[in-house]
Ligand binder design. Structure first.
Ligand code: SAH
Length: 510
């Protein structure tokens, strides 16, 4: 027999953190991921690098693959011995056709797990400040397909009983039939002034809500050209939204923010954006790696061999710390050999990274740029002292030049280099063309130049024009200079050159 198996996974309503731990594990172990339109593609970044992706997205009236074909696809892939993760929006059992997929798997003897998800029918109202039940208003709710025409000759829904028996009614797939749904509910006894809300793309950056009554909502929806996918909520609980709406109050609500820094460094910024209610889209245009040139590496190794001779080691970034210690370890050099040197860290994060390795920095400047470091350490330095400066290939010139002026013997070594990466560029071009990226964050000059190069390599002939109208946020003056040289305006500027400050700046235009 085969070792193939299938995970039928609920991806949740959209917010990529609304997936279960089991669902995430299934993404991480899959050889193939079969996913559709309502499963947020951002979840896919957790896959194994070699995992195959198959999009079987269903648009409202245009099936890319028929359901029977999807069922068969899952069977075929599993019988080839693959671990298959079928990612579906919301919960797979709620209008998700998981039953049909599982049935065919059973018939072919394929093992599967059904991993529930957070269904849009409850989560999307909650993100709009509408709890589907509330002691004061209703003790029942129903999830109903809006796909059945209430006035067609045959409807499997018993509208009269539903209207009488159920408190809150949540309709999925109902936008196109909204008018008939409202008419039918009124006919069956619901009061015309009964509150109704539609929430589209709930829990995504594009979440939007419209409210009204059974009598007027369909006209309002038409006027606003309010499109699916949306959840329709009918019931007194809709009134609670006025008081309980919360997502909309977050400072970055509705804003999609491009994060261009290296993936290994991006998580802090991504979390800040997320906390502030924005949607971070990661497009790392930089990867950090050890120096690729043998000469550079040799110079580094020679300096490390003589580490005991230095009076000062000045470390200018968290990455500097990471790659410096990585190389010491690779060369089998014990950190006690740097015991003679005093250590300066440029910023609190760098100091923290040092502390993680058991080293408490001797000096920590109050200002985080090259000039600031000097102000702090100048008084401590004596001419002719030996200073080791482990930096990166793109490091600023100011610090070493000034140290040399002060009569110090400076050894600069590169401990890492930045290289361009462009993975996922097609998707970013698509988002930029649709004006779906609202802000771009730049955390160094090279993120600016690399972004343009990455877009160019993915076929954008005029990458600058793709950035027109997108707001730009910069971490510091050097980065800003690069942006301004390209003729682009800057909307947000960090007060301090830290990621926390950059994130904070996104709420205040300059
Ligand atoms: N299994 C899914 C529902 C699939 S039916 C679940 O449990 O959520 C597809 C319908 O779900 C859409 O037509 C829409 O009505 C609703 N839907 C799914 N995700 C949504 C979202 N993020 N915002 C609004 N409606 C959504």
């Amino acid at each position: 027999m085969t070792s193939g198996r299938v995970y039928l996974v609920g991806a949740g309503p959209g917010d990529p953190k609304l997936i279960t731990v089991r669902g995430m594990e299934a993404i991480q172990k899959a050889d193939v991921i079969v996913y559709d339109r309502l499963a947020n593609p951002r979840l896919l970044k957790h896959r194994k690098p070699e995992a195959e992706l198959i999009f079987v997205g269903k648009l409202p009236d245009k099936h890319i693959l028929k359901q029977e074909e999807i069922n068969q696809l899952l069977v075929d892939l599993a019988l080839q011995g693959k671990v298959v993760t079928r990612l579906k929006g919301g919960d797979p059992s709620v209008f998700g056709r998981v039953g049909e997929e599982a049935e065919l798997l059973v018939e072919h003897g394929v093992t599967y797990d059904i991993i529930p998800g957070i269904t849009s029918s409850i989560a999307v109202p909650a993100y709009a400040g509408i709890p589907v039940t509330h002691r004061d208003f209703t003790s029942s709710f129903a999830i109903i397909t809006g796909h059945e025409y209430p006035n067609k000759t045959y409807s499997s829904l018993d509208w009269e009983h539903l209207a009488k028996a159920i408190g809150t009614m949540v309709f999925l797939m109902g936008v196109a039939n909204l008018e008939q749904i409202c008419r039918e509910l009124i006919r069956c006894g619901k009061p015309p002034e009964m509150p109704v809300a539609l929430v589209r793309w709930g829990t995504w950056a594009d979440q939007a809500t419209i409210t009204g009554t059974l009598a007027d909502i369909s006209e309002k929806v038409k006027q606003a050209n309010f499109q699916s996918p949306a959840v329709i909520i009918v019931g007194e609980v809709v009134k609670l939204r006025e008081k309980l709406a919360w997502v909309e109050k977050k400072p970055l609500f509705g804003r999609r923010v491009l994060v261009t820094r290296a993936r290994s460094q991006a998580s802090e910024l991504v979390d800040f954006i997320d906390d502030m209610g924005g949607e971070a889209v990661e497009f790392p245009v930089i990867r950090l790696q050890p120096p690729s040139s043998p000469e550079t590496l040799l110079a580094l190794d020679l300096a490390l061999e003589k580490i005991h001779e230095f009076d000062w080691i000045v470390i200018t970034s968290v990455n500097g710390v990471e790659f410096f210690f990585r190389r010491l370890r690779e060369k089998g050099i014990d950190i006690r050999r740097m015991g003679n040197a005093r250590i300066a860290a440029v910023g609190p994060k760098t100091a923290e990274a040092l502390a993680d390795r058991g080293i408490i920095a001797d000096l920590l400047p109050t200002k985080y740029r090259g000039e600031g470091i000097l102000e702090t350490i100048e008084a401590e330095l004596q001419p002719n002292q030996k200073v080791l400066l482990p930096t990166a290939d793109l490091a600023r010139e100011y610090l070493p030049a000034r140290l040399k002026q002060l009569g110090l013997q400076v050894t600069e070594v590169d401990v890492y280099e930045n290289v361009l990466t462009t993975d996922g560029g097609d998707e970013i071009i698509h988002l930029l063309r649709n004006q779906s990226i609202h802000i771009i964050t730049f955390t160094s000059s090279s993120t600016v130049t690399n972004l343009l190069e990455a877009l160019r390599q993915h076929g954008a002939e005029e990458p600058l024009s793709l950035l027109q109208g997108v707001e730009i946020a910069c971490i510091g003056p050097k980065t800003a200079e690069t942006v301004l040289e390209l003729g682009l305006p800057i909307t947000y500027m960090a007060e301090e050159a830290t990621v926390a400050s950059l994130a904070q700046s996104l709420t205040k235009r300059i």
